[in-house]
Design a protein around this ligand. Sequence first.
Ligand SMILES: C[S@@+](CC[C@H](N)C(=O)[O-])C[C@H]1O[C@@H](n2cnc3c(N)ncnc32)[C@H](O)[C@@H]1O
Length: 198
Amino acid sequence: MIPHDIRVVLTELYEMGQKNDAETQEKSKKMLNLEPDTAQFLHLFIQSSRRTRILEIGTSNGYSTIWLAWTASVTGGQVISIDRDPQKQEQAEMNLQRAGLRDVVELKCGDATQIVAGLPGPFDCVFFDADRYSAPEQLAFLLPKLTPDVLLLADNVLSHPQEIAVYLSAVEALPLFDKVILPIGKGLSIAYRSRAES
Ligand SMILES: C[S@@+](CC[C@H](N)C(=O)[O-])C[C@H]1O[C@@H](n2cnc3c(N)ncnc32)[C@H](O)[C@@H]1O
């Protein structure tokens, strides 16, 4: 179970994010944190499948990153998390420190597609939660860097169906992956491959 002190940080962060998003008009200043149920599900799913090389695209203030970092600390893994907004990543850095999880996460600031293109990998779990339009290009860069046994996750399938449609088509076209859309929170796409070759 997630330790009480980390849950306190997460609850506070989520409430602050909700308040910020309700009061802020400008989309780029919104935190747009995962729904708590989705975050908890990701944690359970990723922990139970013992993922250790986790990539998150879309850090924001670190809400989901803390969930992933706690997961990685249980599995003995590491998280790389990318966001183009330096102020949000500063907040994420502070929040990860408060949660005692800073060591588990490498924060990278910049355009996710450019950063992903330069990452060596390998990754056994990728969580797409940034702008949905660039996710297909990021996926293309990531394909050769995935472990044979890999999970691809993406939020906002039900909340932004048009924006995420190209990503979903790209995932649908991937051979050897089982795919499902889970109606949790804003809708979660899950694709899982247990091996790279048939
Ligand atoms: C939905 S929020 C992420 C929420 C976070 N995963 C959470 O649950 O706490 C999306 C984030 O992706 C970032 N972002 C959007 N497009 C991006 C891109 N092309 N490259 C890097 N970051 C991007 C935004 O700055 C924003 O912080």
